[in-house]
Design a protein around this ligand. Structure first.
Ligand SMILES: O=C(NCC(=O)N1CCC[C@H]1C(=O)O)OCc1ccccc1
Length: 711
């Protein structure tokens, strides 16, 4: 494709803004309006180029068939007991949405309980939230459409299988927390949000409010429990304590740090008006996560004075910090990643040890270690258990094992978990023993040691010939990349005899708070340096070569890809930027974007503006003036109902890229944008759309990389 064929986006030179004394143009500002005819025309023009390039390609059909076959394996998730029944989700393979089943016992015949596939032809209605009443009589659940963050709450009577009349609207970023009397639940919504709320809008989400809903009542009768009109960006995470006597409100305004407020709940008492709120933590400086409580003694997982997190007890009757107690101190090297209270007085704790999962049992009373569950190298991807139950289920996964679900009952008193289900893929002759998983540590630009998982066929162990290599990154928001199974990895390994590489770059949570801090705000460039250093390591050690190397990332990871192709266009053969944050001067203006200032910085502050404009993908495109400045083959992906990261980011970025390369004689590699319809940021995506998108991506890789053989 000649760059001269790329659609021309109108440049509106009149849009100029001054940030801390610096004038910045924003000529594609008009692309921020998703409803403008001009915007929709531009999207169509882009799809008219990208779709034929992808789906029109001879190989696409074969890749789609192979990916479909590979995806078509029966998968399960951890069961959990509510009331007298067990529930588990399962997918026979190609079902668009996972299906819920109900059992009287773990070995009893499962009954179909809830099938979201029945709710829409194309599987775009997803079950995104589930919360059972204490007695298991009701399931309150959330349905979202087209991948939007918005969902509607419905309530199902589990005995009759019938829904109540209640439907709660304008719900987003909300738990569903039942009172223990089974009469109703707390939830959050945005009652004042005007206009369209289907995920195609870009309007900021402000003034979230906490309500209580009584079963059988219409939404307008819901009781307003708490609101903070003077703090429009505050968000609630609410939980009714295990004992039912407290409503714990963890309030955040960004993607880290929260306050601890609470209200007393009198079981059986009517909730008729706002609850009196008491304040325990009043400053945004750390993360606190409720675990359980014994009376007023409340247990939290926190990074307060503990970069690797620890477990503390705060007595709500005596909350001053000097009275806090440490139940489990911070580990010197391992991150206390997740914890649940089970079997009345035990804590099951998930630690990360050099990015590998460790599962430990501790006493709630003393904190002492009671048992270490044996795990292979890999990750705990599911964990269900309750304080009131002696049963525990956990799901293990690794690059090469799709999933093994374990069951342990504390009544057995032997700490020996049993395999409940083993998940297998359908690939002729597939066996984990054919592959090697390495964890290497490479040096980044500032000599920091970065761990990286590398996976390849045993036959490539000697690295005689460099292979096609898939390099994935995220790098932010305390989000750790665990070694776990993904079909697209097996597809890449098997189809291209390739290498998969997952560097645990800074900004993630792999080494706790310090790792996150080292990759955010003014340290954000470390993330890009770590990722580029991973590419250099893989090339220097003959795993691959530049023209066989493809990089991929989504969302904050899409920003990573955008920044890396601007900074090092010479380093990669292909780049895939999914639902990326590309306009770092305006991310906070749309939907929930303002919450990302904790990683990106606040534009009102000069030092953050100066930092952001240095790496913002939209503001750092270049015109290739020599072969080494040519952009790699680049595929930018987004979707029309993505209200987590609005598609405007990708539209403006591709417009700027096309403008920059249009008249460059050095830009031969294609730079394409594909905008999917009736799809969102990723959660709840139907299998059919996942397969279609991966067929596009693999076709793009095949056409862009130096691939010597295709299976
Ligand atoms: O925005 C996020 N999470 C971060 C997120 O989704 N990000 C952060 C950057 C872009 C995008 C991504 O990487 O998926 O979650 C929504 C939310 C709800 C309540 C309070 C705060 C935030």
């Amino acid at each position: 494709i000649s760059p001269l064929q790329y659609p021309v986006a109108r440049r509106d030179e009149s849009v100029v803004e001054t940030h801390h004394g610096v004038e910045v143009n924003d000529v594609y500002r008009w692309l921020e309006d998703p409803d403008a005819e001009e915007t929709q025309k531009y999207v169509d023009q882009q799809n008219k180029i990208s779709q034929p390039f992808l789906e029109g390609c001879e190989a696409w059909k074969k890749i789609n068939e192979k990916f479909t076959k590979l995806w078509n394996y029966e998968t399960y998730y951890c069961p959990v007991k509510h009331g007298k029944y067990y529930y588990f989700e399962k997918n026979t393979g190609l079902q668009n949405q996972d299906v819920m089943y109900q059992q009287d016992a773990l070995d009893a015949e499962p009954r179909l309980f809830f099938d979201p596939n029945a709710l829409s032809e194309d599987g775009t209605i997803a079950l995104v939230e589930k919360s059972f009443s204490e007695d298991g009589q009701y399931m309150a659940y959330g349905l979202s459409a087209n991948g939007s963050d918005w969902f509607k709450i419905h309530i199902r009577n589990v005995e009759t299988g019938k829904d109540l009349e209640d439907v709660l609207e304008k719900v987003k970023f909300s738990e569903i927390s039942w009172t223990k009397d089974n009469r109703g639940f707390f939830y959050c919504c945005y009652p004042h949000q005007e206009g369209v709320t289907d995920g195609s809008e870009t309007q900021m989400n402000e003034n979230q409010k906490l309500y209580y809903h009584y079963l059988g009542q219409p939404q307008e009768k819901d009781v307003l429990i708490a609101e903070f009109p003077e703090e429009p960006t505050w968000q609630f995470q609410t939980v009714v304590s295990d004992c039912g006597k407290y409503l714990v409100m963890l309030i955040s305004k960004e993607c880290r740090d929260n306050l601890i407020y609470y209200a007393n709940l009198e079981p059986e008492a009517d909730i008729t008006s706002k609850l009196p709120i008491k304040k325990i933590i009043e400053k945004f400086e750390c993360d606190y996560e409720y675990i359980t409580n014994n009376g007023s003694k409340m247990y939290f997982r926190t990074n307060k004075n503990a970069s690797n997190y620890r477990i503390i007890m705060i007595d709500f009757e005596n909350p001053r910090e000097e009275n806090w107690q440490t139940l489990i101190p911070e580990h010197a090297t391992d991150v206390l990643d997740a914890v649940r209270c089970v079997n009345e007085d035990k804590l099951i704790i998930h630690y990360l040890h050099d990015v590998k999962s460790v599962l430990q049992l501790h006493s709630l009373q003393s904190g002492e270690l009671l048992h270490k569950f044996q795990l292979d190298m890999g990750s705990i991807v599911g964990l269900t258990g309750k304080r009131k139950s002696s049963e525990l289920f956990y799901q293990f996964s690794s690059f090469l094992t799709p999933g093994i679900i374990y069951h342990y009952d504390f009544k057995w008193n032997n700490f020996t978990a049993k395999v409940l289900r083993e998940i297998k893929i359908n690939l002729e002759g597939y066996s984990p023993s054919n592959y090697k998983v390495e964890q290497v540590f490479y040096e980044s630009k500032d000599a920091t040691k970065i761990p990286m998982f590398v996976v390849y066929k045993n036959s490539n162990s000697e690295k005689k010939t460099p292979r096609p290599c898939f390099l994935y990154g995220y790098g932010g928001f305390n989000c750790s990349i665990y070694p776990s199974f993904s079909v697209k990895d097996v597809m890449f390994l098997d189809t291209f005899d390739g290498v998969i590489a997952y560097p645990n770059i800074r900004g993630g949570g792999e080494y706790g708070e310090k790792w996150h801090n080292a990759g955010r705000l003014l340290n954000k460039q470390n993330v890009f340096n770590d990722f580029q250093a991973a590419a250099e390591f893989l090339i220097a050690n003959n795993y691959t070569t530049k023209d066989r190397l493809v990089i991929q990332g989504a969302s904050n990871g899409g920003l990573l890809i955008g920044a890396c192709i601007n900074q090092r266009p010479d380093l990669f053969g292909a780049a895939i930027a999914e639902v990326g944050v590309m306009d770092m001067l305006r991310f906070h203006k749309f939907t929930i974007g303002y919450a990302w200032c904790s990683d990106f910085g606040n534009l009102d502050e000069k030092e953050h503006f100066e930092n952001l404009i240095k790496y913002s993908p939209l503001h750092n495109v270049h015109t290739p003036k020599s072969p080494s400045e040519e952009y790699p083959s680049t595929l930018v992906l987004t979707a029309d109902h993505d209200d987590r990261v609005s598609p405007l980011h990708s539209l403006k970025f591709i417009a700027a890229l096309h403008e920059a390369v249009r008249n460059s004689e050095y830009q031969k590699n294609p730079i394409l944008l594909r905008v999917y319809s009736n799809a969102g940021h990723g959660s709840g995506k139907p299998t059919s759309k996942i397969i279609e998108e991966n067929a596009d991506i693999f076709t793009f890789m095949l056409r862009s990389l130096n691939i010597d053989k295709v299976h």
